[in-house]
Structures are given as C-alpha cells and as structure tokens.
Design a protein around this ligand. Structure first.
Ligand code: AGP
Length: 583
C-alpha cells in the first residue's frame, strides 16, 4: 500500500528518489518524504510536494524515500516516512501487528512523535545500535521482534552511504546499474537505470553501499542471488495524448482484451492437462478482481456444470472453504500484490488446493506463491480504478469456460468484441449523462443475472472515482425492500442485455419510473428505444453471453467523465491506492 525507494551510488540521490517516488505514487499518495545524507524532508500530500527549496539543496549520494497510503495515523507530515529515531531513518511498506506491544516495551528514552506503527521499528533498530550493534545486525534483531508485514529500507547517520533492506510479505527489489544501486517496492520505479534486478524473497535482506549490494538469506548468511528478467522500458508510459491514465486505459480495453485472449490461449496450451479437469472450482479476488470472479462463477454454472465458488479473498476462511486436492483455486489480481488475495492463496494451498494466479504484471508475490500463473496482457494499468484489466480478467474466464466445457455455445469473435468495446469508450450519450449526474449524490445500478454482475462493477467504478454513493442491486430484489429508497429524482441505471430477462426488467423500469426515478437504460435491443426510460443508451449487439464484456465499457467511461465533471483526479482518488498490500 506504500511505495519505498532507495539509492546509493555516484549521486546525487534526490533526483533518483523523486523520480522513483513518482512512479510509485499508484501505491499511495497521501504523504511523502525522503532522507538524504541524514537530512529528512517530509510532507503531507503528494510526492510533488517534495520539490521545493529544501530538497534543492540535497547533495548526498545515498538516500531513501517513501510515498504513503495511511494505515496507522492520519495523513500528515509527522506520520509521513522516513520515521526517525536518533541516527536511524526508516521507510516501510506493510503493516506491523505488534507495534503497540513494542511501543510499551521500548525504554522511555525513545519518545514517540508519530501515530504510526512504523516508528516502533525505527526505535527498535536504534536500541540495537545504541547497544553497539551495526545497522544490519540491529535491523535483523528488530525484524525478529516484529510481527506483521514489512519491506524496510533503513539508514543510519553513523554508517553514511549505507542502506539496509529487509522484507517479510511486502515486495522489495534491488537493481544495479552504472549510476549505482537502486532499491524499490517494484521494478517499475528503477528498471530504466538498472542492468540487473534482484527480487528479495521473504526474510532475505540486503546491505547496500556505493560499491554494490550484499545479500543475506533468512539465516543471515551471505548468499548469491540470481537476477530476474525485466523490461528496461517497463515504465516509460505517459498519458500519450489522453488527459490521464484512466482515459488512456479505457481506450486500451479492446486491445488489452484481444492480446489477453490470444496470449492466454497460448499459455493455457502449455499447462498440464489435469489442471483443467478439476472436480471443483474456487475463484478468489478483491474488488474489481472479485467481480471478475463472480462473472467467472456464473459462466461456469451455465457452461461447465462443475461446482464453483467465488470468494472474497478477505473472507477466505479455512474453516469454511470447500477446497481439497481436486479443487482448482484461481486467484485473480491485476497487481499480484494484494495482501488479502495472497493470504487467501496461502489458505487454499494449506487445504491442498491447486493454485493458479491470474495477474497483469511481469512478476509478483502472488506468482511466486502459486503453483501456476497465467498472465493477462492488458498492458500496465496505472489508474487506481481498474478498467482494461477487468475486461481482460473477464476474458480469461470465458476462455477457462471454453477449456473446461470443450467449447462455447457461440464462438467468441475476439476482433468483433474488440471493435464493440472500442465503439463504447466515448459515447456522446455517456458524456451527456455525466453532465446530468454531476451534482447528484446517489445512484442505483440494476440488472438480472449477468447484468447484475455488470451492475456491481459499474457501481464500484462510480463510487471509487466520483465519490457518488451508489449501489448495485439484483433488479428483481428491488421490490422486496430497497424500492423504499426510490423517490422523485433518484438516479436508476438499468442494464438490459439478456433477452430472457427483458420483460421483467421492463417491470422494474415501470416500478421505479412510477416513483419518479430518473432512469437510464443500457441495452443492445433497438426495440427498447421507446421503453420510456429518460435516457436510452444503445450498445453494440453481441450474443447475450458476451454482453458483459461490452456493457461495462460505457460505465467505465461514465465514471471517468463524471469524476472530471466533479473535479476529481480519477487516477488517484482519495483514500485509495492501486495495490492494497495490507490486510
Ligand atoms: C478496482 O477499480 C479497485 N482499484 C480495486 O477494487 C482493485 O480491483 C482491488 O484492490 C484488487 O486489486 P488487484 O486486482 O491488484 O488484486
């Protein structure tokens, strides 16, 4: 949930730290800070707040930096990292579970100034140094006392031009290049400066000096690590003519879907045949990835007839998960770093399930843990709100259904679907609707069957980047209570893409119109043009089965347009981060 960066080399350090933090902002952006040559500068607000006169004077060759998504302690300068204790400075990605115990145990001579869990770790390390230990030994000792997840970068004024790094359940990579040694939460922040990159495994640590890194295993013995493959241009992505990443990524939905399906077909050919002969299926994810899992479950029930569960990763409890050695457990995660999903994978492994990760990044913790991994090829997704990755994940489930069922009732025309998605990325009716909804504070998204699942994802998009409270509801359920909330002016958006539910959806439309709702109907059926909705949005027509791949796209666009109408930075909405690496 936070981004950490470190540099030690020919310097100056600050430009590399700032550049890296800008690339890590998707992990959190409510406050930021750096330490260079013993000077700590930290601010509430985004990384850009670090560009000022103070940092202009920073000349050191070694430093660490942090961009924060608050877990313990409000977003503020004092709670920003680096957290310091005497000569020790520390940045942290993760969450400590026993920080309060440590806080009580640490001698009173170490006064706490922040409300963070992280500060306990800084004082712990300082206590070791005060006891005569080296920075590395003191960091190891503190790690042994800490419970929870962490990737730390630690410096000490007593050991200049030295950085110690250690990780437990939060990612940490180390890169070497002609300018020196780089450390970061992910490859994205340092790839362009590195010739080699190393990924620390759990409980591994590293000691970095200008002449290079030294790696240590969980037993604290020095080890040699193999470098990992990476793309030096991994991160050279800008808005490319769009106004923001989200707008760019919505326009990439069609290509991302096509490349994903083509890529997955090849990847799945190389997987063991028995993997696709499970007795039971379990799909697991969070947020948008969970919504893709729900779509997957519906497809399996309709096309494959194998018992299938879709489980919220944060609710994966081994006491009630139906997992055994004949269960294929699929973990969907765009980032591959979502802590809840990683924990759920561990639970399913413990129960004997076969684990398959479906991720959209080059390398991730989820991939390291899963028995097998398939990669969507939606392209790097920077905006916090997932758009092209969701459609790519959905494409995976159609291919999985095809694989398990031995075919689909109607073949999936990838090029036609791509074109259909692209036809929906910027509808004039959606722009007009966004203008209408600008000042509204509540919206209902209604659908039946597959359309209910689209409503769930559309509602999440609306909430997370427009801050309009919205609710997805099974349309048939509305009259059993929630209809009480509908009053004159209520915004109700209905999906009608499944012919078999058309009549019943018209009933729902009548029910809400009779109570004064302002209605929008999205449908490929031209005969519904005069159904009486206040606004009818015509979708490209595809077989009902594939309409979820289409109907979500105008909703992604609606959320984007609406966030702009409301003056919100849709790439970095408040309180959120792209990768939720704490539970
Ligand atoms: C989606 O728009 C959200 N940003 C969020 O729900 C996200 O899908 C969820 O946190 C899971 O992330 P992951 O796919 O990287 O695991």
């Amino acid at each position: 949930m936070c981004g950490i960066i470190g540099y030690c080399g020919v310097g100056p350090a600050f430009p590399y730290l700032f550049e890296g933090l800008k690339k890590l902002e998707y992990r959190g952006y409510d406050s930021a800070g750096v330490e260079v040559g013993g000077r700590v500068i930290k601010r509430a607000g985004s990384v850009d707040g670090l560009k000022n006169a103070e940092t202009a004077g920073l000349a050191g060759r070694c430093g660490i930096g942090h961009t924060r998504w608050a877990t313990h302690g409000a977003p503020s300068a004092v709670n920003a990292h680096p957290e310091s204790s005497g000569p020790v400075h520390l940045v942290h990605n993760g969450m400590l579970e026993n920080y309060a115990v440590l806080r009580a145990e640490l001698p009173g001579r170490y006064p706490f100034v922040s409300d963070t869990d992280t500060e306990s770790a800084a004082h712990c390390i300082r206590a070791g140094i005060d006891g005569g230990e080296s920075l590395l030994a003191a960091t190891w000792r503190a790690a042994d006392r800490l419970k929870g997840s962490f990737a730390f970068l630690v410096t000490s004024d007593l050991e200049p031009e030295t950085i110690c790094g250690i990780r437990r359940n939060s990612p940490l990579v180390v890169g070497t290049g002609e300018r020196g040694v780089f450390l970061a939460s992910d490859i994205a922040a340092i790839a362009e400066h590195c010739e080699e990159i190393f990924s620390l495994d759990n409980e591994e640590s590293v000691l970095v000096r200008p002449d290079g890194p030294r790696f240590f295993g969980p037993d604290r013995r020095e080890i040699r690590k193999a470098s990992i493959r990476f793309d030096k241009n991994y991160e050279k992505v800008g808005f490319e003519g769009y106004s923001c990443f989200m707008e760019k990524e919505i326009h990439e939905v069609g290509e991302g879907f096509l490349q994903t399906c083509l890529g997955l077909k090849n990847q799945m050919k190389g997987m063991p045949a028995e993997l696709f002969r499970p007795k039971r299926l379990l799909f697991c994810g969070c947020g948008t990835a969970y919504h893709a899992c729900r779509l997957g479950k519906k497809l399996m029930e309709r096309l494959v007839r194998i018992p299938c569960e879709a489980v919220l990763a944060s609710e994966a409890d081994e006491e009630d998960l139906p997992v055994d050695g004949e269960t294929l457990c699929v973990f969907v995660s765009q980032s591959g770093e979502t802590a809840d999903t990683i924990s759920a994978l561990r639970v399913c492994k413990k129960l004997g399930g076969r684990t398959l990760a479906v991720t959209n990044v080059v390398q991730s913790s989820l991939e390291d843990l899963a028995d097998f991994t398939l990669k969507t090829h939606a392209g790097r997704e920077f905006a916090v709100a997932s758009t092209k990755a969701y459609v790519a994940q959905s494409g995976f489930f159609y291919l999985l259904a095809e694989k398990l069922a031995g075919g689909l009732p109607v073949s999936m025309d990838l090029e036609a679907l791509k074109a259909g998605m692209e036809a929906c990325v910027d509808l004039s009716e959606i722009r007009a609707l966004a203008g209408e909804m600008k000042g509204e504070s509540y919206a209902f998204f209604l659908g039946r069957g597959l359309d209910h699942l689209t409503a769930m994802e559309a509602s999440l998009k609306c909430k997370e980047i427009t801050y309009i409270h919205s609710e997805a509801y099974a349309a048939g359920e509305l009259k059993h209570g929630t209809l009480a909330l509908i009053e004159p002016g209520s915004r109700v958006i209905l999906f009608v893409t499944q012919r078999k539910w058309q009549e019943k959806m018209m009933n729902t439309l009548s029910e809400v119109r009779a109570r004064g709702a302002r209605t929008v109907l999205l449908s490929p059926f031209s005969d519904l043009e005069d159904c009486g909705a206040d606004r009818f949005i015509r979708l490209p027509a595809f077989p009902d089965l594939y309409m979820p791949l289409i109907s979500i796209v105008p909703c992604q666009s609606l959320a984007f347009r609406l966030s702009r109408e409301r003056g919100i930075d849709c790439d970095k909405p408040r309180n959120l981060a792209k990768s939720v690496t704490v539970e």
